[in-house]
Design a protein around this ligand. Structure first.
Ligand code: HEC
Ligand code: HEC
Length: 549
């Protein structure tokens, strides 16, 4: 039974990378090999526990290692070089599955240490997995998406979750962080695919639960754990209700419909029926303090030990559970370099510490430094619906904001923290955030097939000459740093076209869904370059070029 397989990238497709196991006896992850490239943080991501809860297997995203940590001594006792960028680890009996961002999977036999190839698993293998609660917040679909990486789900989710414009984020406009769930047996291909429904609000009074990232459920102690990566806490909700529902659901083998929330009318899984929504009584949680950015949690089979991977603190938090409740018993430092300005900025970016009600972080809207592809009306000097800009390569594209109001990143950061987060940043905090933003690499161009390459090459010439696009979208960054009125209700700052393929919304107010949509449906005024003078075929080539940036 692979509990979180349901959240893993579409199934367990394993491509043998030939790395297997290296030096299983080494006791420290090798930071040295990469030290020449600057500080390499360990970034513990996924975490799994041995059956007896004594050892944690931790995917160290920074160094491509899975470390076995002895929880009693806090030592790394074994180390597997995975050769992939490990995001998640799952233990299934005595096999450890390591899954990377692209759903490549390495299966490690924990007894022998041998790494083996695993084909895609059939749905039936997963049919009994009782992991039945997922978590997401309306804003951070990435919670589900990053792990799920299922385009079908992504598209559906996007259709369902309409963009809403919130006039003043601080007037309560931001949706609450919610427990969003699916109940039933979840398969690798996704019981959670295609449906989501609020179960209950996580935010209570003054306690914001920013960027919920993971859930775990201890059946023996009837406790639901929610990791709030933005608030650096784990919340423990004692609840009998959830247990009852989950048990019923898993007994029904996934044919669940009714009672709690929802079942999905989803053609892929064949689950039918729309259920009534019954909000769970969210009792007052116990608040357990972790170190920075708890991304993932693992629970021992007996439900007594919970371990969080505190991603931006290179550490683990060990929580003990019994009938009296849950408490933090220790924090284990995994090593790694002391934080520099960039890392401190990264921590602030992912933290709700500077946010007045603690409910969101920079990463809530800029997940991973990118964009949530949503439209917000933030209380800055530039009111109106504005699409979140991705921040990759942002150092090269001053001035900032859709109206270019900020000449420097420091100015932009200061204004955002003051006006949107209602915080008072110190000069050091501002410069740390700037150091982090400056370190974000430019977006990678999307890979093209041979045919697409040819089309894009033709498109490049048309872009420069006939389409006159290069006038405002020049150079490597494809932007001129200036404001122009190209027919969308005022003058806006030319956006960089780098990373265009990664956007699902275009223009300052997100009105266009694709580059194609932009030029087909939103160029009525014929002011956007000379796009209107291009033949449909020529336009197609230009679009292919832009989409490849
Ligand atoms: C509520 C969502 C939200 C939050 C939270 C948020 N941003 Fe933004 N961000 C946006 C939107 C929307 C824009 C574009 C708005 C504009 O330019 O007027 C933007 C633009 C930016 C830009 C300018 C990018 C460019 O190329 O012009 C920077 C830099 C930035 N954000 C950094 C941050 C930082 C740092 C934080 C945390 C302190 C943060 N943002 C928090 C939504 C958000
Ligand atoms: C006169 C300057 C100018 C010219 C010429 C120009 N653009 Fe733009 N472009 C802009 C501005 C300004 C925006 C932002 C408008 C808005 O958001 O309201 C923009 C937005 C875009 C966007 C949307 C990017 C995003 O992230 O929202 C794309 C794609 C684009 N332009 C492609 C082109 C192409 C292709 C051409 C040539 C046919 C072209 N542009 C010609 C100024 C120009």
């Amino acid at each position: 039974m692979i509990r979180r397989a349901a959240l893993a990238p579409a199934a367990l497709v394993f491509i043998l990378s030939g790395y297997g196991l290296l030096d299983a006896n080494a006791t420290q992850p090798t930071v040295d090999a990469t030290a020449a490239r600057g500080r390499i943080y360990l970034n513990p991501m996924g975490v799994a526990l041995s059956a007896d809860g004594r050892r944690a297997y931790v995917a160290l995203g920074g160094v491509n290692v899975v470390a076995t940590v002895d929880l009693a001594s806090g030592q790394i006792v074994r180390r597997y070089d995975t050769g992939l960028h490990p995001r998640e680890v799952y233990r299934d009996g005595s096999t450890l599955y390591v899954v990377d961002d692209e759903s490549e999977t390495l299966a490690i036999d924990l007894a022998t240490g041998a790494a083996t190839r695993e084909g895609p698993r059939s749905k039936d293998d997963e049919a009994h997995s009782p992991m039945a609660v997922i978590l997401s917040s309306r804003r951070t679909e990435s919670v589900g998406l990053a792990a799920l990486a299922d385009p079908a789900w992504t598209d559906q989710a996007r259709d369902r979750v309409s963009d809403q414009v919130f006039n003043n984020v601080l007037a309560g406009g931001l949706p609450a962080n919610q427990l969003v769930g699916a109940i039933g047996a979840m398969g690798a291909f996704g019981g959670i695919i295609g449906f989501r429904q609020a179960v209950g609000s996580l935010d209570t009074g003054r306690l914001g639960v920013a960027d919920p990232a993971d859930v775990a459920w201890s059946a023996p102690f009837r406790t639901l754990f929610v990791a709030s990566s933005g608030s650096d806490v784990v919340l423990a909700y004692p609840t009998k209700t959830i247990e009852a529902k989950v048990t019923t659901a898993s007994q029904q083998g996934g044919q669940f419909s009714g009672a709690l929330g929802f079942a999905g009318g989803n053609s892929q899984t064949g689950w039918g029926g729309v259920a009534t929504s019954v909000p769970l009584p969210m009792s007052r949680p116990i608040v357990l303090q972790t170190r920075s950015n708890p991304q993932r949690m693992a629970l021992s089979d007996d439900g007594r030990t919970l371990v969080t991977s505190d991603t931006l603190a290179d550490s683990l938090t060990v929580i003990s559970i019994d009938h009296r409740g849950a408490r933090v018993v220790k924090q284990i430092s995994l090593g790694g370099p002391p934080p520099d300005a960039r890392r401190r900025g990264e921590v602030l970016f992912h933290s709700s510490r500077l946010t007045f009600n603690g409910r969101f972080t920079c990463a809530s809207c800029h997940p991973g430094g990118g964009t949530d592809n949503r439209v917000w009306d933030t209380p800055t000097e530039d009111p109106g619906p504005r699409r979140t800009k991705p921040l990759f390569g942002v150092a090269e594209t001053a001035p900032y904001g859709w109206h270019g109001d900020s000449p420097t990143l420091a100015d932009r950061v200061r204004k955002t923290v003051r006006k949107l987060h209602r915080g008072s940043p110190t000069p050091d905090q501002v410069s740390d955030l700037v150091a982090f933003l400056t370190s974000l690499p430019a977006p990678k161009p999307s890979p093209l097939t041979e045919d697409e390459l040819q089309l894009a090459a033709r498109g490049r010439r048309l872009f420069e000459i006939k389409g006159r696009c290069g006038r405002c979208h020049p150079g490597d960054t494809y932007q001129d740093g200036d404001l122009h009125d190209v027919g969308y209700g005022g003058a806006f700052r030319t956006p960089s076209l780098r990373g265009a393929s990664q956007r699902t919304r275009f223009l300052h107010d997100g009105r266009a869904a694709s580059v194609q949509d932009l030029f087909r449906n939103y160029n009525g005024l014929k002011r956007h370059g000379a796009a209107h003078e291009l033949s449909p075929k020529e336009l197609q080539a230009v679009i292919a070029f832009v989409k490849a940036l």
